[in-house]
Structure formats: C-alpha cells, structure tokens
Write a protein that binds this ligand. Structure first.
Ligand code: HEC
Ligand code: HEC
Ligand code: HEC
Ligand code: HEC
Length: 242
C-alpha cells in the first residue's frame, strides 16, 4: 500500500493543528448532508403512522379480585339501625314447623332457590345462630359451604379440589397463604343462580384489529382482517360505549 498516491493523500489529510474540514472541503459536504437530514427529521414531512389499532384499556373492575358478595360470617341481623344476634329474637319467638305464610319479618329475603323452598332446609329450627345438617345437628354459621354440600355434593367436591369457585393468593403455598372463596361469597344463598356478567373487552391483537361487540355479522367476523375504515368505526363505537 505504501507509496500509492491515495495513501499519501490520506496521510497528509490526518488532522494535526487546524480543523479537518477547513483543510479538506469534501468534509463540508458531509456536514451539509447531515444538516439537511437533521432539518428533514425535525420538519417530519411523513409523520409516523402506527398500523396497530389503539390499545383498549382493561377496565379496573375486570381485574378486581374482590368477591361479588361480602357476607359477614357471623349470625347478625341489622334492623332499624340496631344489630342483633339471630338468637336475641329467636330464643323468645317460637318458630312454626315451617312458615308457609308470608313472613312479616325479614321481608327483604326473597327465597328463589327453585324446589329448595324451605327456610329450615338450611337454618336450624331451634338455634337460629346456626345452620342445620341432615340429622338435625348444627353447622356453625362461619361454615356455610357445609350447608350447600348437603344437596350440591358434586359441586362441593369440585370446590374442595379447586375446580369450582376461585383460589386467590399464592400458587406456591410456601411463599404465602392461599384463600378459597366460600360459596356464599359468589352465590346469594336465597337466590343462588349467578347473575349475568358484563364481559371485559376482548383481546386487541395486531392481527384481529378492534372487535365490534355489537354485531357479529359476516363483515365483523372475529377472524377476518379488517379495513382501516372499519376499525376506526369500531374504535369510535367502543369509545361511545356501544
Ligand atoms: C328483630 C328480631 C329478629 C332478629 C334479630 C332475627 N329474626 Fe328471624 N324472625 C323474626 C320474627 C318475628 C320472625 C317471624 C316472622 C313471622 O312469623 O312473620 C322471624 C322468622 C324467621 C325465619 C322463618 C322461620 C320462623 O322461625 O318463623 C327464619 C328462617 C329466620 N327468622 C332467620 C333469622 C336469622 C338467620 C337471623 C339472624 C341472621 C334472624 N332471623 C334474626 C325476628 C327476628
Ligand atoms: C336442601 C337442598 C339444597 C341446599 C341446602 C342448597 N341447595 Fe342449591 N339448589 C337445590 C336445588 C333442588 C336446586 C335446583 C333448583 C331448581 O331449579 O328447582 C338448587 C339450585 C342451586 C343453584 C342454581 C343452579 C343452576 O343450575 O342455576 C345454585 C347456584 C345453588 N343451588 C347454590 C347453592 C348454594 C351456594 C348453597 C349453600 C348456601 C345451596 N345451593 C344449598 C338444593 C339445595
Ligand atoms: C339454601 C339455604 C338457605 C335457605 C333455604 C334459606 N336461607 Fe337464609 N341464609 C342462608 C345462609 C347461608 C345465610 C348467610 C348468608 C349471608 O350472610 O349472606 C342466610 C342468611 C339469612 C338471614 C340473615 C340476613 C342476611 O341476609 O344475611 C336471614 C334473616 C335469613 N337467612 C332468613 C331466611 C328465611 C326467612 C328463609 C326462608 C324464607 C331462608 N333464610 C332460607 C341460607 C339459607
Ligand atoms: C368464585 C365464585 C364462586 C364460588 C366460590 C362458588 N361458585 Fe358456584 N358458580 C359460580 C359461577 C360463576 C357459576 C356459573 C354460573 C352460570 O353458569 O350461570 C357457578 C355455578 C354453580 C352451580 C350451578 C352449575 C353447576 O355446575 O351445577 C351450583 C349448583 C353452584 N355453583 C354451587 C356452588 C357451591 C355449592 C359452592 C361452594 C362449595 C360454590 N358454588 C362456590 C361461582 C362460584
């Protein structure tokens, strides 16, 4: 390589005292081109267009782990700003065999448990602070799942094994406790069918685009790729809460 005109020129061009650009006019071109690039970037003539539809935020209620009911698990009854134990009244009120008439007390309770229509299928006829088992014995008030187990054996078994209901807390029990939700934290014992739930917004992937929850017509089929106009319309529909 030594002796070629090119390398000599390169050696001569090595910076020493004076600035490189001042002695080599070609370096000015580099600076000028970089400056033009910088101006173009700053003016942003072709703004960035994200092809992904806007993210649908997951509403807070959809990730809330609190159960739908919070029963007190103590045999208390609130009436006219007073809190009583059930036995406060029931120890002095004789109970009929089974109230076939409309009750004058506890009128807020609407028993809609299908053919399970008797209060004493669950409540103890003599000790109102407890539930009743199949042999007339007492089930403590804080163990209501044993009441349900009398008639819902298979569901109770599923619940015991963790496939019905919900487990909260730690997967690895060495790291912390696990909590099993009791039946009545989800089901109202007097009206047990689970009320319909509003679904949270569906997944919003690049491939699917925004989903139209309102109509599942062929045009809005969930597995179809969508035109931009349609996803924009779907986006505004979701924002408007349709
Ligand atoms: C303020 C007094 C009072 C308290 C407290 C009270 N009850 Fe009652 N309860 C009554 C009265 C009075 C009746 C009967 C109403 C009737 O015959 O129309 C009744 C009726 C009932 C009945 C229908 C069967 C029967 O004995 O006639 C059930 C079941 C019952 N109560 C459960 C409870 C439970 C469970 C609690 C506690 C969570 C409770 N009650 C607390 C006053 C009370
Ligand atoms: C004495 C028996 C008995 C007990 C105790 C009992 N159930 Fe039921 N349950 C029934 C029967 C019978 C039905 C079906 C009602 C019908 O459709 O006529 C039913 C229905 C239900 C349903 C609705 C099922 C469906 O397909 O929609 C749920 C949920 C339920 N029970 C939960 C409970 C819970 C929770 C408890 C405990 C607090 C409980 N049950 C205690 C007898 C019982
Ligand atoms: C399927 C079983 C079952 C039947 C049938 C049933 N109860 Fe209950 N009841 C329960 C359970 C479990 C609780 C405790 C639940 C709670 O606190 O949410 C309860 C709670 C109550 C309470 C306390 C107040 C409240 O809302 O928590 C009253 C009062 C009561 N029941 C009255 C009645 C009366 C009156 C009848 C008959 C018309 C009846 N129950 C039928 C299971 C039953
Ligand atoms: C974390 C909430 C939760 C808990 C805890 C829970 N359930 Fe359920 N249960 C549900 C939901 C949700 C359904 C489905 C309702 C539907 O399909 O409409 C259901 C359905 C049911 C049904 C009717 C369907 C079937 O499989 O037969 C019964 C009966 C029932 N539960 C009983 C129980 C009993 C008994 C317990 C306690 C041992 C219990 N559940 C605990 C939420 C719960």
């Amino acid at each position: 390589m030594e002796g070629t005109p090119g390398s000599n020129r390169l050696l001569r061009a090595m910076p020493n005292r004076s600035p490189y650009a001042a002695r080599n006019p070609r370096a000015l071109w580099v600076a000028a081109v970089l400056f033009v690039f910088a101006v173009v970037i700053a003016l942003d003539p072709v703004p960035f267009r994200d092809v992904a539809p806007p993210a649908v935020p997951v509403p807070a209620w959809a990730t809330d782990v609190a159960p739908v009911r919070q029963p007190s698990l103590v045999p208390q009854y609130k009436s006219a700003a007073y809190t009583y134990r059930c036995s406060d009244c029931h120890a002095i009120i004789p109970s009929p065999e089974e109230p076939r008439r409309k009750l004058t007390q506890h009128t807020e309770i609407q028993l809609k448990h299908g053919i399970n229509a008797s209060c004493f299928n669950c409540h103890h006829p003599r000790n109102r602070d407890a539930f009743v088992d199949d042999f007339g014995g007492e089930i403590p008030w804080d163990q209501p799942q044993l009441v349900c187990a009398k008639c819902h054996g298979p569901v109770f078994r599923d619940w015991q094994h963790g496939s019905h209901g919900r487990t909260n807390g730690h997967w690895d029990t060495a790291k912390g406790p696990q909590t099993r939700r009791k039946c009545i934290e989800c089901h109202d014992p007097h009206q047990p069918p689970f009320p319909p739930m509003k679904p949270a917004p569906g997944p919003d992937t690049l491939r699917m685009g925004l989903q139209d929850y309102a109509g599942h017509s062929a045009e809005h089929g969930p597995l179809r790729l969508r035109q931009d106009a349609t996803s924009a319309a779907a986006a505004s529909a979701v924002e408007e809460g349709h």
